[in-house]
Design a protein around this ligand. Structure first.
Ligand SMILES: [Zn+2]
Length: 194
């Protein structure tokens, strides 16, 4: 698991030969990071503190995020895996940005981690989807258009790949790139067939 942001401060301090206590003292403004999530099929929201000192992963909160983002179509033993922490940080940054704009609402996850069987059953899913590696989330936010949500997430430098769809946006922790999903174009009826 990659934890570049969290470990940067520690790595710098280690080079300088500081004790862990000194590292803590030297780190300005320790921040608690809480992600507010809901899975589309769940009735309840999850408020998960995945970091409480600004540097390291807080496992109880991290695990509850992984639980929300599990593959809901299979048993937990298959569907409950570690979600990429970089993706979680990117989701958190997006939510913070929305909050700055006055929109304090949960991210509604429609698809997080996918097992191979779920991915194959998902319409339009890429064969080698980042969802298979627990590095992608599809989501929407009530009261926020998908266009606005796309723009907000794209505005954060931590965001990787982004897909724009009619009813959700896709975010993954891969390289920074974007695409527009299949557009809803009208299908002509069979009366035009010969
Ligand atoms: Zn997706």
């Amino acid at each position: 698991m990659r934890r570049p942001e969290f470990l940067t401060a520690l790595a710098g301090a280690a080079v300088a030969g500081m004790s862990p206590r000194a590292v803590a003292a030297a780190t300005p403004n320790p921040t608690k990071r809480v992600l507010w999530l809901r899975h589309e099929g769940d009735a309840q929201d999850t408020l998960a503190p995945f970091c409480v000192d600004g540097r390291t992963v807080y496992w109880p909160g991290y695990r509850s995020i992984c639980w929300v983002m599990r593959d809901h179509n299979v048993a937990a033993v298959q569907g409950f895996v570690r979600i990429d922490i970089v993706l979680i940080e990117a989701l958190w940054e997006a939510q913070q940005t929305l909050a700055l704009m006055g929109m304090r609402r949960p991210l509604v996850i429609t698809s997080g981690f996918r097992t191979l069987q779920t991915n194959e059953a998902t319409e339009g899913a890429a064969r080698n989807s980042m969802h298979l590696y627990a590095k992608a989330a599809d989501m929407y936010v009530d009261g926020v258009s998908t266009r606005q949500l796309f723009d907000v997430i794209w505005s954060r430098s931590i965001s990787g790949g982004m897909g724009y769809y009619d009813d959700h946006v896709h975010l993954d922790s891969g390289s920074r790139r974007w695409w527009v999903g299949e557009l809803d174009v009208p299908v002509f009826s069979r009366q035009f067939d010969a």
